[in-house]
Write a protein that binds this ligand. Structure first.
Ligand SMILES: CC(C)(COP(=O)(O)OP(=O)(O)OC[C@H]1O[C@@H](n2cnc3c(N)ncnc32)[C@H](O)[C@@H]1OP(=O)(O)O)[C@@H](O)C(=O)NCCC(=O)NCCS
Length: 191
């Protein structure tokens, strides 16, 4: 398995006017990561987490994440612009080697509102998946979104994800049930 370390740079790229660094998290990111996740929670965005997190909880999450990274079950890539974490892309693997589904992982992502609609995620996700492919030999990526999340739906389509089903009422936001759309795509093997 590829060696990874806190803060490791995965890729750097320019999109629009932004210089973006895609990298692994480090302990010093805890405040940025907490701000990020709470901003999404406050917005009422269609994400899984539905409650704000404290600094202590975020520290715990980061500790768990470093452990998951070592165990090969989760990669959280930070989208760093100007030294600040403004978004994340997570790749989670339910089954680790040697299992029949250790080539499959699940994607999750989000970006602070001021950075949206600039093409950042469309550029960052393929790079994150290429890293996952290289690090863990991933071949299939699954993902999902709330049926009324237009941004996520368009982004998944643009990135070549195809729907394979839905869980009717599989997401519940503030007491309202929304269908959960399930999608997947292949990640190309390196020759
Ligand atoms: C979903 C999200 C990550 C998109 O990131 P982004 O960097 O703004 O997306 P991009 O600028 O790369 O746009 C990619 C595509 O999505 C479309 N899109 C982005 N935001 C959109 C919106 N609010 N409404 C409709 N389409 C939108 C773009 O037009 C583009 O589609 P196109 O290629 O067909 O033109 C961002 O809106 C976000 O963080 N939302 C809150 C969290 C969330 O919903 N996460 C996903 C949970 S499954």
């Amino acid at each position: 398995m590829m060696k990874m370390h806190a803060g490791q740079v995965v890729d750097r790229f320019r999109v629009g006017g932004d210089d973006v660094t895609l990298r692994l998290p480090r302990r010093a990111d805890v405040q940025d990561l907490r701000f990020f996740i709470n901003a999404l929670v406050d917005e009422g965005e269609r994400i899984l987490l539905q409650g704000r997190v404290s600094l202590v909880e975020e520290r715990r999450w980061l500790d768990r994440h470093f452990k998951s990274m070592r165990e090969g079950t989760e990669l959280c890539l930070c989208i760093d612009i100007g030294g600040r974490v403004v978004g994340t892309i997570s790749i989670r693997r339910e089954y680790t080697p040697p299992t029949a589904s250790d080539h499959v992982a699940t994607l999750g992502f989000g970006l602070l509102r001021p950075y949206r609609r600039r093409g950042i995620m469309a550029a960052a996700i393929p790079r994150a998946l290429a890293f996952g492919q290289q690090a863990w030999g991933l071949e299939i990526i699954t993902s999902s979104y709330a049926a009324d999340n237009e941004a996520s739906s368009r982004l998944h389509r643009r990135l070549g994800f195809r729907a394979h089903g839905k869980v009717p009422g599989g997401m519940r936001y503030r007491g309202r049930y929304i269908d959960h759309i399930l999608v997947h795509r292949q990640v190309r093997r390196k020759k």
